[in-house]
Write a protein that binds this ligand. Structure first.
Ligand code: GNR
Ligand code: NI
Length: 172
């Protein structure tokens, strides 16, 4: 076993962010070490969630930690939303793949999810508030969807232009 590594995060509009993830087959050493790398990457970036898609691995795996203390990681393998409340609410979202952009997205107020944990045990999660928002945001990533796709084409184009400029500045 080697020490976990910080992984590079794909940035919008990278086309690889639109890849649809396949189910995780076996929770083997490769997946366990990917989970450790993703946790380190998420905590290093001060994120509350990270989908495997964002680190260019196209398998159904997300990690989430919405705790203040940053000590309550959730690992969701092959997650599926089994129920989403018809009641929706608009809340401000950000994304590690869309740095420094924040905008309102309407999502279900509450969701129920079934997923495997890192041990392969089935877990049922009932979420509301920030956790519900984050789960829906992360599961969208696994479907190749980034939150800016909920915004108007005008806003999305402004974001693309701004991020292209940031990417150019980063190369200097
Ligand atoms: O760190 C993150 N914060 C956040 C804030 C509001 C709604 C969703 C998120 S998820 C984001 C991390 C990320 O990009 N996960 O995919
Ligand atoms: Ni995101």
């Amino acid at each position: 076993m080697t020490a976990p590594k910080i992984l590079p995060i794909l940035r919008y509009p990278d086309p690889r962010l639109h890849t649809v993830a396949k189910p995780v087959g076996a929770i083997d050493q490769r997946i366990r070490s990917l989970i450790d790398d993703m946790l380190l990457t998420m905590y290093d970036a001060n994120g509350i969630g990270l989908a495997a898609t964002q680190v260019n691995v196209h398998e159904r795996l997300v990690i989430i930690d919405v705790s203040e203390e940053r000590d309550a990681p959730l690992v969701l393998i092959n997650p599926e939303i089994t129920w989403a409340s018809p009641e929706k609410q608009k809340a401000e979202e950000g994304c590690l793949s869309v740095p420094e952009i924040y905008d309102g997205v309407e999502r279900s107020v509450a969701v129920k999810v079934t997923a495997l944990d890192a041990n392969g045990t089935t877990q049922q999660i009932e979420a509301e508030g920030l956790l519900a928002v984050c789960i829906q945001h992360e599961l969208d990533h696994l479907l190749g969807k980034v939150f800016v796709e909920y915004l108007s084409p005008l806003k999305r184009n402004r974001i693309k232009t701004k991020l292209a400029k940031v990417a150019r500045d980063d190369k200097r």
